[in-house]
Design a protein around this ligand. Structure first.
Ligand SMILES: Nc1ncnc2c1ncn2[C@@H]1O[C@H](COP(=O)(O)OP(=O)(O)OP(=O)(O)O)[C@@H](O)[C@H]1O
Length: 306
């Protein structure tokens, strides 16, 4: 397998007045599974479509291994892609792959091999119309794998998978990346792919909000404490005076304080004579961080790790 990096540089795509992708730059490395994350309408599909030559960019570049899709020699053998809804319901899984086989110059045996690699040998001659979402996702992956590509570009391939399906996808993509492959997997839900990805690229409104390893993203989660007291008024006073701007009253007798440890909050409560019935360290979840990044109005230097 050849080592090929995905490099998107100052990419912009406009549809009339709509800017779907806005001066976007990021990269996805071989040997890594990169999650391409953002809310609905963020510009993920458009970017992936530009990468595989289905849509042309207004400006900027989207390269795989140093060249655009159009400039690749036998591109179907370099990059395999899967987008939602690309199936004819009347075709069997095997017929579906066979329809794609000439594009990547492979024979029937390779179609069966691709089905086997996603665990679909038994379903080879069943019609796609009767497939569950999980089976469609597997067939999509088999389609992407058909030409034995070095790079996988997958649009929402984890969407709707049950926990067993997610586990399977994770181990499948892990092996692909461990063999030197590059994987770019889009999702609008970090929780759906957080077990699967090594790196994250977060976009919103077509623009980059964050790029780092998943571990670095995790480190952005603010610590926090949930504090409960039977004396709601005293608790509210305590939160206001001791933690101005970082405490929120979640309900009567319960406040959440961000950026503080249980030891710190407990010590202040003890000093102030506040009766406490609960003190839990529950900071921001990874999903909270993701939401914060996608909701914030603009990218800051500190959020964009190299
Ligand atoms: N062919 C098109 N013509 C006009 N506008 C488009 C076209 N394709 C996408 N858009 C717009 O570009 C923006 C980005 O869409 P895109 O599908 O790339 O986002 P996305 O992040 O993939 O969202 P989703 O998760 O909902 O698929 C949206 O505002 C969308 O309506």
């Amino acid at each position: 397998m050849q080592s090929r990096t995905i490099e998107v540089d100052s990419l912009t795509k406009r549809y009339g007045a709509i800017t779907a992708v806005d001066d976007l730059s990021f990269s996805a490395q071989p040997g890594r599974v990169t999650g391409f994350l953002g809310p609905n309408g963020a510009g993920k599909s458009t970017t992936l479509r530009i990468l595989v030559g289905l849509v042309s960019a207004t400006s900027g570049t989207a390269h795989i291994g140093g060249a655009s899709y159009a400039k690749q020699h036998r591109p179907g053998t370099i990059v395999g892609a899967h987008f939602e809804g690309a199936f004819h319901p009347g075709r069997t899984a095997f017929q579906h792959l066979r329809a794609y086989a000439p594009l990547v110059d492979v024979d029937d045996a390779r179609c069966h091999e691709a089905l086997a690699s996603v665990g679909m040998t038994d379903a080879a001659h069943r019609r796609v119309g009767g497939f569950s979402l999980g089976m469609r996702q597997r067939l999509g992956l088999a389609t992407a794998l058909l030409g034995r590509p070095d790079v996988l570009v997958l649009d929402e391939s984890a969407n709707g998978l049950d926990p067993a399906g997610i586990k399977w996808l994770r181990s499948f993509l892990r092996s692909f990346a461990d063999a030197g492959g590059t994987v770019l997997l889009s999702s609008h839900l970090l929780s759906e792919v957080q077990q699967t990805v090594d790196d994250v690229v977060v976009i919103a409104n077509g623009a980059l909000r964050h790029q780092s390893s998943l571990e670095e993203l995790r480190a952005l989660a603010e610590p926090g404490v949930v504090l409960k007291s039977p004396r709601a008024d005293a608790l509210a006073d305590f939160a206001r005076t001791r933690f101005p701007g970082t405490a929120t009253i979640e309900r009567e007798g319960q406040v959440r304080i961000l950026g503080a440890s249980a030891a710190e909050v407990g010590a202040y409560a003890f000093a102030d004579g506040l009766e406490i019935h609960g003190l839990d360290e529950t900071g921001e979840s990874l999903e909270d961080v993701f939401l914060r990044l996608t909701e914030s109005p603009a990218t800051t230097e500190t959020e964009v790790a190299a």
